[in-house]
Structure formats: structure tokens, C-alpha cells
Design a protein around this ligand. Sequence first.
Ligand code: MCN
Length: 752
Amino acid sequence: MGSILGNRVLRVEDPRLLTVGGMYVEDVEIADALFLTYVRSPVAHAMIGAIETADAQAVPGVVAIFTGADVAAGIGRAGHVNPLFHDAMRRPFVAAERVHYVGQPVVAIVSESRAVGMDAADLVYLDYDLLPVVVDPEESRRDEVLLHPGAGTNVVHRVSTSSPADFGDCEVVVEARIVNQRLTAAPIETRSGAAYWTDDGRLVHYAACQGPHLTRDSLAAAYGLEKSQVRVITPDVGGGFGAKSRTYPEELALGFYARSVGRPVRWTETRSENMMAMPHGRSQVQHARIGGTRDGHVTAYQLDVVQDAGAFPLTGAILHTMTMRMATGCYHIPNVGFSGESVVTNTSSITAYRGAGRPEAAVAIERMIDLFATEIGMDPAEVRRRNLVPKFLEPYTTGIGTAYDVGDYPEALERVLTAAGYDELRAEQSRRRADGERVELGIGIAVYVEVTAGGPQTEFGAVEVGDDGRLTVRSGSTPFGQGHDTTWAMIVADRTGVPMEHITVIHGDTDEVRSGGLTVGSRSVQMGGSAIATATDALIEQARDRAAGLLEAAVDDIVLDVASGRFHVAGTPARDLGWADLGANGDHPLAADTDFASNGGTFPFGAHVAVVEVDTETGDARLIRHIAVDDAGTLINPLLAEGQVHGGIAQGVAQALLEQIHYEPDGQPKTTNFADYLVVSAAELPSFEVSHMETPTWMNPLGAKGVGESGTIGAIPSVYNAVIDAVSARGVRHMETPLTPERIWRALDGAG
Ligand code: MCN
């Protein structure tokens, strides 16, 4: 058997998912379970007055009703994502005195059926004493209306460089305001959870999340339990896109309701609840300034951002720190400044969403490079060529102080331009313009770099041999669509010679897997994959040791023939032992585990070209081609990596052209269903033209970087630039996303 790594192996997950279907939290049978329904605030900012629950309580089938005060008396307030955030900004499990956004839970109803709970919810009456509402983050930072008076300010977190960039020597300076609008993750499976207590006092909690161990830790903290007294099970998860990286107060409180009523309690939100109240993504306002010489050299860059955190700070409140890290993208810009702060607003909280702070950085720098190019009248590809960091295989430290591991941005750019047929596209654009055609062609370029598994961290992996020679792999990383079962089996098969079908992968259960991190930041292959690779190598050492004993040879002479998956003494392959021989013969199981540690992230990169057609009479923009060259280091499975890039591009196109969560000034969300929120679908997308470069990182034994978010990071700015490029000859310089027909039409109209 040759190396299986790098092969386009079909996903082992799919036969089950496509035939009998997955097992999601909602599918888990739990005897005697009751249903939870939340009454949610219809107003964005108010003091809660009288709460009347008698009519609801009288509905047959209603078992118990809890107010915020009841829940707070039982389990206090939810913990913070970051200890730096002010204590007064911690979220109550259920609002007790004050509501901070439309959709915040105010009363919890536990009932025999879901229908009963929904009927009863309509019969709960609350008085609200309205307060002024702030939905605009730039308004919030003025602190005229304080959302959490105990904190004394709406600002959650601030970061900046020691001094701003100096534009004194620049021949040209260009400025722009860029808004990364609020989006929702819209996973197919909405949030879902279930909890019950065992007779010996353990809490069992089913969570549709991106990593059960953090949920276990949050539950242990909330209920004052040892971690070992909590079991969290994450079965199949129907997408998360970052928004399920945390298990939210709505779900964490399930154990409280279950304990109070003495029966299991389960909850699955409706689609509208999900769109209204599951934390959103992005919502970052940027003011960018770029300067340089007329011959195309960028010398200074300043990026100032206001990050909307929503009502209660979660991961969203630190997204600007990721934007800062990646501010200069792929460019050598020595003179750079950044300031960023996050603020609370009367909206649903902001959390991680595919890319989480890095797409925002890429959008800013890539838009500004295009604006700079337009200003000096140079082709945007040429401006990029003049400013890209040259190829490096040893760390390169950017002007902002981030050390990138390896990169070859010029090569990525040239490859994507060639694949796109850039010169021909420009010729076609000119032809249409010369002929005065109504439908303009737009060509948008983005060269991006991002960071995956940033910061010091560990991940758990374990491998064990059964008596039958089959292997069981345990991973601390929990998938929700990425195909980890396939990926981990490939890594282990490649090293051991055991066929993939004899390898079972276990994840998503804190009783089965000792520890684990989150599947976020495209960290799993480099962290979880490296943990499994390292554990497998340790297992092979143990196996060689056992083989040496059984073959009465020195351990140094024992070799594993990976092609056959058998061990023998070097030079005498006739007498050999397989994994089953070793698994079955010994006084202890052959098993190895690791907590793979890394000091910092890897920096995947790539270049995208988007080609759009814009109808200048209707403002309709269509993506007609999307060409991507992505480098995630060594690829374990190019087929799965491409799947990730495809999904990522779709979400990036959606941000550029379609999707937006919209709030009215009074805090009413206007996009709480799929009729009002335009989730991108295959109908809006062309077939993507995707290819790879593989520049291995030295940061882990696999040479792998992450790929789960790169499609999004490359797609947003390239599509954004393409649409502006299409209409630039008609006097449009800049627009805000999403580039809807109305916006484009108005911009064209305004430009005359
Ligand atoms: N891969 C590879 N070689 C590499 C890197 C990755 O072959 N060098 C392949 C592997 O097959 C791996 C997959 O790509 O299983 C993704 O690996 P990785 O880049 O490590 O990303 P993670 O597994 O950590 O996934 C997280 C990432 C994130 S952060 C979001 S958001 C996201 C995404 O994955 N959300 C998704 N992909 C998603 N896919 C689906 N279907 N649903 C989501 O919600």
C-alpha cells in the first residue's frame, strides 16, 4: 500500500448520512423528557415590570414556569468568554430585571409537549418599561446610553498599536469606510440540547456544539460540580460555522430545569429563534487609510475598527484583535497603525463566524489596495506584485508584529491570474466598454493570508489496538461537517498500514475522550491531526517493542512494513506479526495518547479572482466565475479540502452580494426567516475553479495548515472588488456590502 495521504478518498461518513441519516440531538431518544420553550423579549431595551404566568400555568401539560429570578437563584449568571470583560456584562441565563435585545429569554416554560409550551408562551404577560435603544456600534461608543450601567461604559475591549501610521511622506493617500455587515451562520440544524441527572448525581447533557469539553467545563462551573460529574455528548451536528463554538445560556440552563422538575428536559429552537437569537457574526465597522508613491509602492496603512459585540460580550468582543493581527495581509508595509474597540449594542451578541476577524482584515486591506490602484491609475494586479512579501520559508514578521510561518504570495497571485486568463478578461472588459454594453464585466483580485490555530494551545489524540488488530482512534476535536472520521483514519492508516475500514474514530463524548478543544479557527488537522499522528507514532514504538519480545529480537531491528501492516526483523520478512498478533498477545493493551502542543498558529494563504457581470440598468450583479488558488500546506485529503474551499467561497460570496442581518433603529430585527435573509444557494453560484499549492509548515509533523475558512477569506474581497471594478468606469468608487441590486443601482444613479 502506497501512502494514502494526499489521495482523494471519499468520505467514510457519507454512506450513513445519505442513507439512514445522521443522529442529531433532536433524534436522541430520552425517556420521559419534557420540552422547554422560551418566552423571548419583543423589545430591545427595557426594564422588566410585572410578569404574569397564571394563564400559562393553567394550560394542561404545562409542568413548570421559571422567571429570570428563579433561574438566577438556582445557577446565578453565565460565565464570561474572556476574564477581561467587565463582570457587569455577564449574561443572565434568563433576563431578570432588564432586557438587552429582541429575542432575549425572559421566561422558561417546561411542558409535556412542544406544542403546549408554544401555546402557553402566548399566555405569559410581561410589562416592559422601555429604555433608549442603541443598535449602531459607532453610536454606542459615545456612551450616551449605557447598556450595562455597572460597567460604566459600553466599551468592552480595546487594543491599538503604540502609535498611528505616519502618512507624512506619502504622495497619495486614500481613505474609505468599510462595513463588514452582520451575518448569521444559519446552520441546517438549529441550536439543540437535552439534559438529565443520573441517580448518582451526574449531569448528562447532549449538546449540538463544536466541542463538548468546553461545554462540560461551563456546566461544571454553572452547577458547582467536578468536571467528572458532567458528561457531555455531541452526536452528529448539522453545521456550526463558528456560531456553535459556545453552548449558550439557553442550553446551559437545561440541567437546572431538569433538576427542578425531576425529569429530563430538551430544547430545540425554531428557525426564527435561531435567526433572531443565536449569536451572529461580523458586524465590524472599519475606517481605513492607505498611502504610498505614485509608482505603486504602499508605504503606510492605518486601520481603525469598531467591533459590535451585541448585547453581551462573547467571542465577538475580541474579533478586532484577530483583525489587528492580520491587518497588513500579504503586503510588506513597514509603517502601520491599528486601533480597535468592541462595544455592546441592543442586538443579539456577536460570536465567531467563518473566519472570525480574519476576513475583516482581508476585506480592509484588499479593498484599500484596489482603491490605491484606482487612485494612481495602475492595474490592481500590478500594485499587488509591487507590494507582496516575497517568498519566505522562515518566519516573516509583519509591520504589525505578527510572525508568519511560511508563504509564497507572488506564486499564488501569478497562478490565479494565469488560471483566470486575467489579460483576456481585461481585454473583454475593455471591449464591452468600448461597445457601450449594458452588462459590464468586473474582475476582482484578492491575495490573502490568514491564521489557523493561532496562539498557544493543545489537542488530544489517542490510538489503541484491539485483540482483532483493529484500531480505535479518540479525538478531542469534534466535527460538524468537516469529515474528521475520514481524515483521522487516513492519518492512522498511512502510518500503521491498517486499512481505513478497520479504524474506528470516536469523538464528541467527554466520557469517551479524556480532553478536547474546540473545532474552530480551522485548527483541527494541524492540532487534532498532529495529536493523532504523534499518538500513532508512539503506538508503533510500543508495537515494535512487543514484536521484539515475541520475535526474540532486539527492538531496534524490528521494522513495520506499512504496505502490509506487519512487523518483522529487518532482513527476515518471512516471519512476521500483524497488528492482531500484537493486540492479542501482551499483558496490557497497546495504546498511546498525546496532548499535542503548539506555540502559535500557521498562516494559510492564497489568491482568488472573481469575475462578475453587472447589469447597469437593474444593478444586478452575478458571479460568473470564481478562481481560487489556496495553500494549506500539506493536504491530507484534497477532495475534502476542496469541499471546505467550496463551502467557504459560497459563504464569502454571500457576504459580498446577499446576506445581511438588519436591525431597525428601535432594535427590531427585520431578517428572522429565510424569506427576508437571503442565504446563498447553488443557484447563485457558478462552478468554482479551485486548485492548490502546498507549502508545508514546519510547525507540526504533518506540515499541514488549516483550510476550513480560507475560501471565505479569499472570496469576500475578490467578489467585492469585482463588483466595484465592473462599475468603476461609470464613476463608482466604493460601496458597502452586501452589494445588492438596489445598492448598485443607487450607486450608479448617484454617479450619474
Ligand atoms: N484538510 C486537509 N488538509 C489540510 C487541512 C484540512 O485535507 N492541510 C481537510 C481535512 O479533511 C479536514 C478538513 O479539511 O477534515 C477541515 O480541516 P481544518 O482546516 O483543520 O478545519 P477544522 O476541521 O478545524 O474545521 C473548522 C472549520 C471552521 S473554523 C468552520 S467555521 C467551518 C468549517 O470548518 N464550519 C463548517 N467547515 C465547515 N464545514 C461544514 N460542513 N459545516 C460547517 O459548519
